[in-house]
Design a protein around this ligand. Sequence first.
Ligand code: ZN
Length: 102
Amino acid sequence: MVDDFLPEDLRVPSRDEVAGMMMHLRRPLVIDGEVRECPRCGAYRDWIILSIRDEVWLRCRASHETLEHRLDTAWFNRNSGPMDAMHATFEDGLKYLGHHDN
Ligand SMILES: [Zn+2]
C-alpha cells in the first residue's frame, strides 16, 4: 500500500494552485449530439475546458464555470492534444489561453 504519499498541499489543491489541465476550444462543444450552452449566458463556443482531478469544468468567455458530468478526464485527454505549456496558477493559464478577465 502506498498511502499518504503525496504531500498535503497536492492532495487538496487550492483554487489558485489547481493540479489540473486546461485547453481552449473555439468551436462549439457537442455532447451526446447536443450543443452545450452556458446555463447562465447561452454562450456555445469559445470555451476554456478544465480537467481537475476527475472532473471536467466548462468556462465560458464571460467566466461562468459549469461542472459537466458527461465529460471526464479520459474525454479531456482524447480531445486536448499534447499540453504545450505549464502554468503556475489558474490565472496564468487563463491569460495564456486568452481568457483573462482583464
Ligand atoms: Zn456564460
